[in-house]
Design a protein around this ligand. Structure first.
Ligand code: AMP
Length: 216
């Protein structure tokens, strides 16, 4: 079960990847989460990445490919994984194909299709626990009034890159650099488009069906 969750920021990839990964006991590999941890830990990588992430740009392909290579050698990747937020450029996708050439290729790429205004609304109303990473939504799932996470009591904040000006820039970058991956994986016959405008439970059910087929 080696899959990629592809789509613009705010399309629900991360939320669904986390649910599916738990259900099928495979890791969710989120390059965004790896980078956020490096920023929080104040590592050299984190210091470089912070400025880029706050502007809504992309961290360099070399750095990202190195991070994924390191992650792939961990033993929990043996049964498969969900790649969430990687690849984001054609160069990253080509490197991924090269990395997997002697092992097992990606089986399916799930593209989350959501309209742009809905994305802006979702991202600007998103709030995130600074400690455990749980995502709240000011409209559909607001955090407790004291802003303490109901799971771990950490502080709930708005990610700098969820502020509206950065969100708009992330979408411009997405269209230019990441959207071409749709055609890349369509050519490989791996692309499955799902309607991400629907209720999360409906999307989850469709994904579980896809995964059950992959597992057999
Ligand atoms: P995400 O949580 O996936 O939206 O990622 C947050 C930010 O981390 C992005 O806006 C980028 O600045 C950076 N990032 C995450 N994944 C990648 C990637 N595959 N390539 C380049 N930059 C990335």
């Amino acid at each position: 079960m080696r899959t990629i969750f592809l789509g613009a920021p705010g399309t629900g990839k991360g939320t669904q990847a986390s649910v599916l990964a738990k259900k099928f006991s495979i890791p969710q590999i989120s390059t965004g989460d790896i980078l956020r941890k490096a920023v929080k830990d104040g590592t050299e990588l984190g210091k470089k990445a912070k400025i880029i992430m706050e502007s809504g740009g992309l961290v360099s392909d070399d750095i990202i490919i190195g991070l994924v290579e390191e992650r792939f050698v961990q033993p929990d990747c043996g049964k498969g994984y969900i790649l969430d937020g990687f690849p984001r450029t054609i160069a990253q996708a080509e490197s991924l194909d090269d990395m997997l050439i002697d092992t097992a290729p990606i089986e399916a790429v799930i593209y989350f299709d959501v309209n742009e205004e809905e994305i802006v609304k979702r991202l600007t109303s998103r709030r995130t626990c600074g400690q455990c990473g749980y995502n709240y939504n000011m409209i559909t799932d607001p955090p407790p009034t004291n802003n303490k996470c109901r799971i771990c009591s950490g502080e709930v904040i708005q990610r700098d890159d969820d502020k509206e000006s950065t969100v708009r820039n992330r979408l411009v970058v997405y269209k230019e650099k990441t959207e071409p991956l749709k055609a890349y994986y369509e050519k490989q016959n791996k692309l499955r488009v799902i309607d991400g405008n629907r209720d999360v439970k409906k999307i989850e059910a469709e994904l579980v069906e896809i995964y059950n087929k992959l597992a057999n």
